[in-house]
Design a protein around this ligand. Structure first.
Ligand code: 13P
Ligand code: SF4
Length: 318
């Protein structure tokens, strides 16, 4: 009953404020359902950026993590961007502070700087290109074909995967996602013995040993598409559990099992759950318009510089 009241309040405030919810697949099912019901979007980080940019609402409520809110603000500086909490960050963003990253770039002036979207506005402002996992392979392939050498940051697993697939000359920052890094190849192989018919779907932030077992590797959107396209009736999924809401919606006749993480041979209800994505709670969303500390600001000069590689990404993906 309290949930119903909170949802009604959010719907009313969205209308009053000419606002729309832009949610990631990793948020709680109740948040994703509300975003859909109110004309917002539920998507991967690339589509979130595009949706916020193209939508005519004057306020974007970004249900995700900080870099997603910052990206929305950089791309649409004239819109008000709110988040249920600005404390929702990402281990990749935290592990790539601008001063150390900038020094790393300075040591390699001959390389194109390609950064993952999961970074701060300052790191993006230092980059030539921003990519999400949906288009990382295509962008690096494109640059490599032009003879460019790459400096990649911050996710080393995704970077290693891109290097293996494209053969590009890449050096890496040493970052990782605390959620995906926990998936264990051994546990997945054990599960495959129990369910030999299951296809394995893996996000490329996972370790190489896990990627080796994958039937498909891809971004969240690509994982959802694979579940629809592949003939298998059962899937072992190595990414955040929030995605199960959309997987079940898009492939209702199929069964999804979370890939095992550390010390866990079978499935697990609490693992593979990004703690920062989980901060996007209904109550925080209901208060988002009425508190002063929920608005995302990006220094305008920094934003202008970060806009360049971000726009490059959106134009490339178009
Ligand atoms: P996607 O771009 O695939 O949605 O990934 C974002 C993310 O944070 C993965 O952990
Ligand atoms: Fe960052 Fe990993 Fe959470 Fe994605 S799942 S937001 S990469 S910590």
């Amino acid at each position: 009953q309290q949930e119903t009241a909170l949802k009604e309040r959010i719907k009313q405030r969205l209308k009053e404020e000419n606002a729309v919810i832009v949610a990631h697949y990793y948020t709680a099912p109740v948040i994703q359902a509300l975003a859909e019901e109110t004309g917002g979007c539920v998507s991967d980080s690339l589509e979130m950026a595009r949706f916020g940019h193209d939508h005519d609402a004057t306020t974007l409520v970004v249900a995700g993590v900080k870099f997603m809110g910052e990206t929305a603000k950089i791309l649409t500086p004239n819109k008000r961007v709110l988040m249920p909490t600005l404390e929702a960050t990402c281990s990749l963003d935290l592990g790539c502070p601008i001063d150390a990253f900038s020094a790393f770039c300075d040591q390699h002036p001959d390389r194109k700087v390609v950064v993952y979207a999961n970074t701060s506005a300052a790191v993006k402002a230092r980059a030539d290109w921003v990519v999400t996992s949906s288009i990382a392979l295509d962008v690096v392939e494109h640059l490599s074909a032009q003879g460019e050498k790459i400096l990649w940051a911050p996710d080393r697993h995704l970077g290693d995967y891109v290097r293996r697939e494209t053969g590009a000359d890449m050096i890496m920052w040493d970052g990782a996602c605390i959620v995906h890094e926990e998936f264990k190849a051994r546990g997945i192989a054990d599960l495959k013995e129990v369910y030999p018919d299951a296809a394995v779907l893996v996000h490329p932030e996972s370790p190489a040993s896990v990627l080796e077992l994958a039937d498909r590797v891809g971004s969240t959107t690509q994982i959802i598409r694979a579940a629809q396209e592949l003939p298998n009736k059962r899937f072992i999924v190595a990414t955040d559990q929030g995605i199960f809401y959309k997987l079940q919606q898009m492939a209702p006749d199929k069964e999804f099992i979370i890939a095992p993480t550390a010390g866990n041979g079978g499935s697990c209800s609490s693992c593979a759950n990004c703690p920062w994505m989980a901060m996007n709670e209904l109550e925080a969303l209901a208060n988002v318009f009425d508190q002063s500390h929920n608005e995302v600001f990006v220094d305008p000069q920094l934003g202008e510089r970060a806009m360049v590689p971000l726009r490059r990404m959106l134009d490339f993906a178009a």
